[in-house]
Design a protein around this ligand. Structure first.
Ligand code: SF4
Length: 697
């Protein structure tokens, strides 16, 4: 008799699809979509359906390694604790850092954050989610007072107009795209607009595509705000009751240059979009990395929020701004405060009352009063020798950080580096002094939160390989070895979750949106059976939309519109092309998992450079020939894909390939460490590069 299917959650994108995983009895498993899960109702994309091909012992780290030699857990744990403790004693708490990941489960994230902020006493914990959605967090906080995603996935199906801006949903959030396409098939009057410099696969379903000049989003949405005002689409009643800053935001929009000039879009196309948006009550604006990954990402987010606030199109069915997250638990990381500028449960690090509440709750010996180092700053500090002990959990910054070659050298030069991961075969793991084997998807228990605030369980399907341990266990062991055992004496993820849910109730009393106090009393059995649930979960409500009552989490209770100005980046004649980076359909991050599946590699087998035919012809680049791409920070070789999907003067490279699979095909080696001043998110879609045919020496 075969083993029963286990309900779990996909470990890839922020859609957070439910998966039924069935062990095959030979160490593998088969998967299918969970029809009862409200994110996907049984659907899976190519990545999710190939999960069974990505598990197994191949390439796994099976035992701790200490300075290149196999070691036992007691030895490895003691060494990590000793080196961190000595560094802190000698140089202070801010001389150490954790760089964590949206691949961690919420319980892992919570424990890591508690150790760094409450016990080590530094805020130097940041996450690879900084690279994916930090601008959305900052934009939400500026407009709403909290990092609140207002809507639900149902809104995308109920909308009469879905605007997808800076979002290749068809490849990056495929099941959400499938839901929108199905909704449009059932109701053809639904309109879909795609705003993207590239003609991506998402445009296949679009009624209108706006190939705007990269970086001109603020100009586009400022122009929309002006149009909304002129066309009478602004909601005076909503502005009066629920919004502040409208006059200033509108004045800034009016004083800006016409959108045509900066977006490069013809007047007629712009006006078609503006008229459609103004004339459609039920409009959802979905945005993702094309908006967030920018030196002006937070302003771009607020430019979108401004338009929804001006019209009152928020908090009601079928309307609202909607930030979709890249990673499976980017949202969980935000909620537990796994960012250098936040505390757990959306509490504010720089608010003394919030710090005190968390400190008392944790019975913590200390708590930092200032923000820690955000991702880019953290690796700069590693390079300077200011960070002397670094623990990297479940991520591969030697490939994925901007100026990846410089980051790789910085990690290599750090005095003490710990990497906990499922494999020793990442570019980052090869640089570690201590390697700690962690359990991966299908081997661990915990929760993740998807883009619509839905908390789902990840469950164990397969046994942990070798000596691998769960991330929360590894962190708690090190905490105990550093002398804080009683605060980290957890016996299960359920126990961690209950503590976290209890803390969220305190956050709610302090006026925060994140409240899962209704789950604080879960028994172990309740936690084991926990069905997907959208927060908030408290005594009065479960899930649904925020802001239906027109009240926000600012001191005045009103949302804030912001005056915004476009800030185009200066051209660099030595590097005349603008490099856009992003995902391909069938790979994930640096391919640690998807690289195991031959089926997934069939879609795109190697890195490539999309280049416009006019540029290719002018530079002598042949289709499928090799191009050399250079930037001030790096160099990459790529096969050229000559296509008019990109605009002249712009090129595109996927971001997945590592030093392993293509020695010089790493897109992030080319990306500059330029960040948004508010969110700290790097501009991963606007590197200045030069391209030429590769001539072998
Ligand atoms: Fe997994 Fe995202 Fe695909 Fe769903 S859409 S199966 S969460 S990768």
């Amino acid at each position: 008799m075969s083993a029963p299917a286990v309900c779990t959650t996909c470990p890839y994108c922020g859609v957070g699809c439910g998966v039924l995983a069935t062990p095959d009895g030979a160490g593998g498993l088969t998967v299918s979509g969970d029809k009862s899960h409200p994110a996907n109702f049984g659907r899976l994309c190519s990545k999710g359906s190939a999960l069974g091909e990505t598990v197994g012992p191949e390439g796994r780290l099976l035992a701790p390694r200490l300075y290149g030699k196999a070691a036992g857990w007691p030895e490895a744990t003691a060494e990590v604790a000793r080196r961190f403790s000595e560094t802190i004693a000698q140089h202070g708490p801010d001389s150490v850092a954790f760089y964590v990941s949206g691949q961690l489960l919420t319980e892992d994230y919570y424990v890591a954050n508690k150790l760094m902020k409450g016990f080590i006493g530094s805020a130097n914990i940041d996450t690879n989610s900084r690279l994916c959605m930090a601008s959305s967090v900052a934009g939400h906080r500026r407009a709403f007072g909290t990092d609140t995603v207002p809507g639900t996935y149902e809104d995308l199906e109920q909308a009469d107009l879905v605007v997808l801006t800076g979002s290749n949903l068809a490849w990056c959030h495929p099941v959400l795209y499938q839901r929108i396409v199905a909704a449009k098939a059932a109701r053809p009057s639904m309109q879909i607009v795609v705003i993207d410099p590239r003609r991506t696969a998402t445009c296949d379903a679009a009624d209108l595509h706006l190939p705007l000049a990269p970086g001109s989003d603020v100009a586009l949405f400022n122009g929309l705000l002006r149009h909304l005002d002129q066309s009478g689409a602004v909601s005076e009643a909503f502005l009066r009751a629920s919004v502040e800053g409208f006059d200033e935001a509108l004045a800034a929009a009016i004083s800006a240059a016409p959108a045509t000039a900066e977006t490069g879009l013809p007047d007629a196309l712009l006006h078609r979009f503006y008229a459609l948006w103004a004339g459609t009550e039920k409009v959802v604006t979905v945005y993702s990395q094309g908006v967030n990954q920018s030196a002006q990402g937070t302003d771009k987010v607020n430019a979108i929020l401004n338009c929804h606030l001006a019209t009152g199109r928020i908090g009601r069915p079928g309307m609202g701004p909607f930030s979709v997250t890249g990673q499976p638990n980017a949202m969980g990381g935000r909620e537990v405060g796994g960012l250098a500028n936040m505390l757990a449960c959306h509490l504010d690090l720089e608010n003394a009352a919030h710090r005190m509440a968390v400190r008392e709750f944790w019975q913590a010996p200390r708590m930092p009063e200032a923000q820690g180092l955000k991702a880019v700053d953290m690796f700069d500090a590693v390079e300077r020798g200011q960070i002397k002990a670094l623990w990297i959990m479940a991520t591969n910054p030697a490939v994925s950080m901007p100026e990846a070659d410089r980051v790789r050298a910085a990690i290599a030069g750090c005095e003490f580096v710990v990497v906990s991961d499922i494999t020793a075969e990442t570019d980052t793991a090869r640089l570690a002094h201590v390697l700690l084997p962690a359990t991966g998807w299908g081997e661990k228990e915990g929760t993740v939160t998807n883009s619509e605030r839905r908390i789902s369980r990840q469950r164990t399907v397969l046994p942990a390989p070798g000596q691998a341990r769960h991330d929360w266990q590894i962190i708690a062991q090190v905490a105990a070895a550093m002398g804080w055992g009683s605060a980290f004496d957890y016996s299960s993820p359920a126990e961690i979750f209950r503590e976290y849910a209890t803390l969220s109730g305190i956050a709610a009393q302090l006026g925060k949106d994140f409240d899962i106090s209704g789950l604080a009393g879960l028994t172990d059995a309740d936690y084991a059976d926990l069905a997907p649930v959208q927060w908030p979960v408290n005594t009065t409500r479960t899930g649904g939309r925020f802001f239906a009552d027109g009240r926000f989490f600012t001191p005045s209770g009103r949302a804030r519109m912001l005056p915004l100005r476009s800030a185009p980046t200066a051209a660099n004649p030595a590097f005349p092309f603008r490099l856009n980076t992003g995902r391909v359909r069938d790979h994930w991050h640096t391919m640690t998992r998807t690289g195991q599946s031959p089926r997934l590699s069939q879609h795109m087998a190697e890195p490539y450079l999309e280049v416009h035919p006019d540029d290719a012809s002018r530079l002598g680049l042949r289709p499928a020939g090799i191009a050399e791409v250079t930037s001030p920070s790096g160099r990459a070789l790529c096969r050229t894909m000559v296509t008019d999907r990109v605009r002249p003067g712009e090129v595109f490279m996927p971001m997945h390939w590592t030093g392993e699979t293509a020695a010089l095909g790493r897109a992030d080696a080319l990306v500059a460490s330029v960040v948004d001043p508010v969110s700290g998110q790097p501009e991963s879609k606007g590197a200045k590069v030069a391209i030429a045919p590769f001539a072998a020496a």
